[in-house]
Design a protein around this ligand. Structure first.
Ligand code: GDG
Length: 483
């Protein structure tokens, strides 16, 4: 990757996200290189960022190092430093052990610690300072996700000329849950620094507007909040998506096609292959789905020759207690199920606690007959959409939780309530026995939906809406399109 340090200049479009779009890799000789992490967000924003001399502000993934901003393939990358203690308190603490469970319907109990909050404020201020420094006059700044909810107001304070957008990738909880947060008012005021606050679903936007009315006392009407200084903040839904064409192309490639066949062979050619792919997170409902699957075998609905479940659980947040406990629970459950139901060379569940390259993910999506996505609460769930994108023959079944944002769009999935094990068993069995014509009708409809609403559609819908907001302090600007 081409990398050069540069003199500081400013950008017309600045993205502020917890993580940079590149990972810092130090080789055996101590030489540092940067590897682009091919996330959907980066690829969706890349064209528009290039056209606007874009800058990306984020944490490079290791603590303590102080790295100068640098240029990478036409983007300015601005690393924000974080000490070990800040990483513990701001990231693992307040972001992942307070906000994450609170915003996901209290699936786990959130911890409230005043020192975590203080770190959250300090680190948010650091991101806001960097954005203020790198944004050109009247630039657009797009702040991402729950780790940075104070940045919009901090940034507006420093740079009232900017047009500021914020997007929340996870759910925004109803007032009854959000109100537990000791710092609820500060978070709401932080978000109100933006001109446009985007959510996955309109219900989340409504929760936010209602809370602002109740807790901050501003006037609201539908998706608008009216501030005393005359500024109007819009709160609206922009359901995120994937690079549909990119996934389909990968799925059609020779390498992925051959690998998908090999996976099925290696698993002993089960009649039907069930698949789960998730970060190992308690919100994802992995335990419940594996139990449901194992009960179908125990009930005699199908045998281990007929069906196998491949569960990929990508390691995640391993230093947070609740994640360690979850890992142990799942290890034990898989061991028990395979011990009780497996035969020699035929486990009921093939469990992989590791992460894989994108090609392997696509091969797994191609190999699977039934994709099982059963979160207790999920902002969207991109895995569900990726599966749909890879099924270019319009075959395969998607079992999908009603509590994933994706269920709003993927209405033709086999929708389940993940808290209802019997209901989940019934829907999984229905998918297992489904008539191929019915599957094809469902998959075609879902593919059309995701193809028409891909991630670049998401990014331009948000940026267009942000450009259309009437600025109170500056003239109207609009990001240039890709030439
Ligand atoms: C948050 C919200 C929202 C997973 N394992 C591997 C791997 N992945 C990729 C998947 C998918 C992504 O990670 C996971 O996205 P999800 O949407 O399923 O879930 P979260 O990580 O919780 O994401 C969520 C999302 O933000 C976007 O707004 O949808 O609701 O919680 O793309 O493919 N990719 C590779 N190897 C792995 O092992 N290469």
């Amino acid at each position: 990757m081409s990398r050069s340090s540069r003199k500081r200049s400013t950008s017309d479009l600045v993205v502020v996200a917890n993580r940079m779009p590149v990972d810092r890799v130090v080789d055996d000789d101590g030489e540092v290189t940067w590897r682009r992490s091919p996330g959907g967000l980066v690829s969706a924003l890349e064209p528009v960022m290039r056209a606007n001399n874009g800058a990306w502000i984020g944490w490079p993934g290791d603590t303590g190092s102080d790295i100068e901003p640098f240029e990478d393939d036409g983007l300015t990358l601005v690393p924000v430093t974080m000490s070990e203690q800040e990483h513990n308190e701001f990231y693992e603490g307040f972001s992942n052990a307070t906000l994450w469970p609170l915003y996901h319907d209290l699936v786990a109990k959130p911890s409230f610690h005043r020192e975590w909050w203080e770190s959250y404020v300090t680190v948010n201020q650091r991101f806001a300072d960097a954005a203020a420094k790198f944004a050109a006059k009247d630039a657009i700044v797009w702040v991402q996700d729950y780790q940075l909810q104070l940045v919009p107001a901090m940034l507006r304070e420093l740079r009232p000329d900017l047009r500021i957008g914020f997007y929340l990738h996870i759910p925004f909880p109803p007032a009854e849950l959000f109100s537990q947060l000791p710092w609820r008012r500060q978070i709401l005021e932080g978000l109100l620094g933006a001109d446009l606050v985007g959510f996955q679903l309109s219900g989340a936007a409504q929760n936010f507007v209602r809370l602002v009315r109740q807790r901050v006392g501003h006037k609201t009407h539908r998706d608008a909040v009216y501030l005393p200084d005359g500024r109007v903040v819009q709160a609206r839904a922009f359901p995120i998506s994937i690079d549909f064409a990119g996934f389909e192309e990968l799925a059609r490639s020779e390498g992925v096609t051959a690998r998908a066949e090999e996976i099925r062979r290696d698993l002993g050619n089960p009649t039907k292959l069930f698949l789960g792919i998730d970060r190992l997170d308690y919100t994802k409902g992995i335990y419940a789905r594996l139990r449901a699957f194992s009960e179908l075998i125990a009930d005699g609905e199908f045998s281990v020759e007929d069906a196998m479940f491949v569960q990929v659980a990508t390691p995640s947040r391993e230093r947070v207690d609740q994640y360690r406990l979850l890992r142990d629970d799942i290890d034990r459950l898989v061991g028990r199920i395979n011990g009780d139901l497996g035969r020699i060379g035929r486990p009921a569940i093939s469990y992989l606690h590791s992460s894989f390259p994108r090609e392997e993910m696509a091969a797994l999506y191609r190999a699977a007959d039934i994709m099982v996505v059963t979160p207790f609460r999920d902002g969207m769930n991109l895995v569900a959409k990726e599966y749909v994108a890879c099924r270019y023959d319009s075959d395969g079944a998607l079992v999908l939780s009603e509590f994933a944002g994706a269920s709003n769009e993927l209405r033709q999935a086999y929708l389940v309530n993940p808290y209802d094990i019997n209901g989940m068993k019934a829907r999984m069995l229905e998918a297992y026995r489904a008539d191929p014509k019915d599957l094809s009708r469902r998959m075609r409809a879902m593919r059309k939906t995701v193809a028409e609403n891909d991630v670049s559609h998401w990014a331009s819908a948000f940026l267009d809406a942000l450009s259309a907001v009437q600025p109170t302090h500056s003239k109207s600007t609009r990001p240039a399109r890709r030439s």
